[in-house]
Design a binder for this molecule. Structure first.
Ligand code: 2PG
Ligand code: MG
Length: 423
């Protein structure tokens, strides 16, 4: 019988050059698999704890304690156990930590091991990760949200909304959808250049110049879609992540780029105007994580028009999502493994969302790595949507390129962009 023979962790670098955990699992049949944990910048308050050393190395961001927790406590607990029962492994990790938010071991320690175990199990069985986690039903290639203009906490510009994304909905397969997206990205670069805007990239690979206001980036993107030869809305739609917790101050929303301070109701109006004017199909974190009343107003008003994705507000936590379902907050949830801590808990949140007709968008973090776990994960869990940055920068393209491989391997994969939003 195959069992876990060794577990260890190294401190490696993420795409922002900050340290992060890479966990490695060795099985008794000599299988070796690793996973690298991502890290956010605009984090939700109720996310699982990311353990940082807070000493003088790496400006306090070192993760040696988290690595030590993998090397000692977690290794002690899991060595000798079968890697093939993910739920059991993750339950053991949760029990070993003993806190609600992994504040003892660190979610970065725990998630690294949880992902590496899944990957090792798949490798040992000689099945791809998406098939190991999702079986024969894992056949839907997710429609991507590609973040091509970066603002908020991900860029040094004066744009308040964090992510302006394109969604290639009108294509028959992932490959063509990705090609169109890349063409739009390059056309956008040209347009920005022509107008004298710098085209330096933000953390997720999108362009990050200054704009007149928060609406202008949408105008540029629409122009880029058309100039690249595609139809806005029918072929390429727009998705936004306002990440509004970042500009919520004393019960008001401060849109510096528009010189406006808005109440929740006024912010809903602001969004409504944008939605009426532009082909926006999805809005993430339209309201702040602490403003549940605002979220209810937003949901009531717009839930039948667009997808309202909860990120900071739900932090991939099934208990908080249940609260949201009960209170009529959002109709979709962003899924980030490191917000909750293990693969099994993340899957539990997705099942709960699906049972309640909430859509799920599997997501990267702004601090990423070459690890493409979420590409397999999105296919395995049949979420139909993924957001993983611009079609540029290796840590972002790692995920898109992995999806290209999965599409080729499946042969009969389904791309369901046209069905996602009944437009
Ligand atoms: C978000 C994410 C990913 P971060 O807000 O959705 O785009 O950003 O990882 O910084 O939380
Ligand atoms: Mg977000």
């Amino acid at each position: 019988m195959v069992y876990i023979d060794d577990i260890y962790a190294d401190e490696v670098l993420d795409s922002r050059g900050n340290p992060t955990v890479r966990a490695t699992v060795v099985l008794s049949d000599s299988t070796v698999a690793s996973a690298i944990v991502p890290s956010g910048a605009s984090t939700g308050k109720r996310e699982a704890l990311e353990l940082r050393d807070k000493d003088d190395r790496f400006g306090g961001k070192g993760v040696l304690k988290a690595c030590e927790n993998v090397n000692v406590s977690i290794a002690d607990e899991l060595i000798g156990i079968s890697p093939f029962n993910q739920a059991e492994i993750d339950a053991l990790l949760k029990e070993l930590d003993g806190t609600d938010n992994y504040s003892k071991l660190g979610a970065n320690a725990v998630l690294g091991v949880s992902m590496a175990v899944a990957r090792a199990a798949a490798l040992s069985l000689r099945v791809p990760l998406y098939k190991y986690l999702g079986g024969s039903n894992a056949i839907v290639l997710p429609t991507p949200m590609l973040n091509i203009i970066n603002g908020g906490a991900h860029a040094d510009n004066d744009v308040d909304l964090q992510e302006y994304m394109i969604m290639p909905v009108g294509f028959d397969d992932f490959k063509e959808a990705l090609r169109a997206s890349s063409e739009v990205y390059h056309t956008l670069k040209k347009l920005l250049n022509e107008d004298g805007h710098p085209t330096a990239l933000g953390d997720e690979g999108g362009f990050a110049p200054n704009f007149k206001n928060n609406e202008e980036p949408i105008e540029y993107i629409l122009k880029a879609i058309e100039k690249a030869g595609y139809k806005p809305s029918d072929e390429i739609a727009i998705a936004l992540d306002a990440a509004s917790s970042e500009f919520y101050k004393d019960g008001k929303y401060e849109l510096k780029g528009d010189n406006k301070v808005l109440s929740a109701e006024e912010l809903v109006e602001f969004y409504e105007n944008l939605i009426n004017k532009y082909p926006i199909v999805s809005l993430e974190d339209g309201m702040a994580e602490d403003d549940w009343e605002g979220w209810q107003i937003l949901t009531k008003k717009l839930k039948d028009k667009i997808q309202l994705v909860g990120d900071d507000v739900f932090v991939t936590n099934p208990k908080i999502l249940q609260e949201g379902i009960d209170k009529g907050v959002a109709n979709s949830i962003l899924i980030k493994l490191n917000q909750i801590g293990t693969v099994s808990e993340t899957m539990k949140t997705i099942r709960l969302a699906h049972r309640n007709d909430y859509t799920c968008v599997v997501s990267h973090r702004s601090g990423e790595s070459e690890d493409a776990f979420i590409a397999d994960f999105a296919v395995a869990l049949n979420t139909g949507q993924i957001k993983t940055g611009a079609p540029a920068r290796g840590e972002r393209t790692a995920k898109y390129n992995r999806l290209l491989s999965i599409e080729r391997e499946l042969g009969y994969g389904e791309y369901i962009g046209k069905e996602l939003f009944k437009r």
